[in-house]
Design a protein around this ligand. Structure first.
Ligand SMILES: [Zn+2]
Length: 312
């Protein structure tokens, strides 16, 4: 036995305890070791399962990607087809619209023809010693002028049916503005004009030509011309030109399509401040704008361009 001065003397009881402890430690360590080994096995198994699941997911993902790509391609095809159909539809629609436009244009042209056909071109023709109005000309749709607008003591007066509303509107407006304008004479037939000229000629001889149109040359036969006065003047006298009623007409008649046919200083007749002719609002407005141009100094072809809008 090895001698050792420092040998620790351990009591026998303690030694058993120590030995017991050592044994427990060994057993515990062994047990723990076993447990760790089990856990490792478990982790490995979970990891494997995870990897397997991951691989499966990847495979599924890949399949899904392929499916998506295939769907996208189908969608593109459908979209292309739809765009093709939309293009065709647009082409068709454009063609239809073009066709509709053509039909509309054609209808518009027909309407204008119809409108022109319905409007007597005589209504914008010049008559004073320039153009002879056919004795058979009778304006269409002649209507009676409201008695309120006719000078007391005069017989019933008639006017062109489509121009009548312009005349009555004008006279009504004048009345509201304080001017009691009255009709002395409106539509006169060829025969009436013949009688009238005969009467004037008997009294004034050939001097009657200066103020009374020969039958067939009178604007009154058109049905769109009217002689106006105020009760204080009482008839077709030059003094009407000095009244406020006349002044009102000079300022406003064009708004209703009326013009003074024979203004002061004209080369066709004596000055007739009472004699107003309906030529439509467009032409009357243009004539009102120009101080130099008058209806009778205008070119007939130029006047005819206003025919279509005569009653607008
Ligand atoms: Zn007249």
């Amino acid at each position: 036995m090895l001698q050792c001065d420092y040998m620790i003397q351990i009591p026998r009881g303690t030694a058993y305890v120590l030995a017991g402890l050592a044994g427990v430690t060994v057993v515990t360590t062994g047990f723990l070791g076993m447990r760790t080994y089990d856990q490792n096995l478990q982790i490995e198994s979970i990891t494997k399962a995870a990897i397997s699941a991951n691989q499966k997911s990847k495979a599924e993902l890949a399949t899904a990607s392929t499916t998506i790509a295939s769907l996208r391609s189908d969608l593109d095809n459908v979209r292309n087809e739809l765009e093709g159909i939309a293009d065709e539809y647009r082409d068709e629609r454009d063609k239809n619209e073009e066709f509709e436009d053509q039909i509309r244009d054609l209808a518009g042209t027909l309407d204008e023809f119809q409108k022109l056909n319905d409007i007597d071109e005589e209504l914008l023709a010049k008559y004073s010693k320039v153009y002879f109005l056919n004795e058979n000309f009778i304006p269409s749709r002649i209507r009676q002028i409201d008695d309120d607008f006719v000078l007391d003591g005069k017989e019933d007066q008639y006017f062109h049916g489509e121009a009548l509303k312009f005349l009555e509107d004008m006279l009504e407006r004048a009345k509201r503005d304080g001017h009691d304008l009255k009709v002395v004479s409106a539509y006169r037939s060829f025969d009436e004009q013949t009688d009238l000229k005969g009467q004037f000629t008997q009294v004034y001889g050939s001097g009657a030509n200066a103020f009374s149109a020969d039958q067939g040359y009178s604007e009154h036969q058109l049905g769109t011309t009217v002689d106006l006065t105020v009760p204080s003047v009482g008839g077709t006298y030059t003094s009407f030109g000095d009244t406020e009623g006349f002044e009102w007409l000079e300022k406003n008649a064009y708004k209703y399509g009326f013009i003074l046919s024979y203004p002061e200083g004209n080369d066709f007749y004596i000055y007739e401040p009472w004699h107003w002719r309906f030529v439509g609002r467009d032409l009357a407005r243009d004539l009102n704008r120009s101080s130099k141009t008058t209806f009778y100094t205008m070119d007939q072809r130029e006047i005819n361009e206003y025919l279509l809008e005569l009653f607008d």
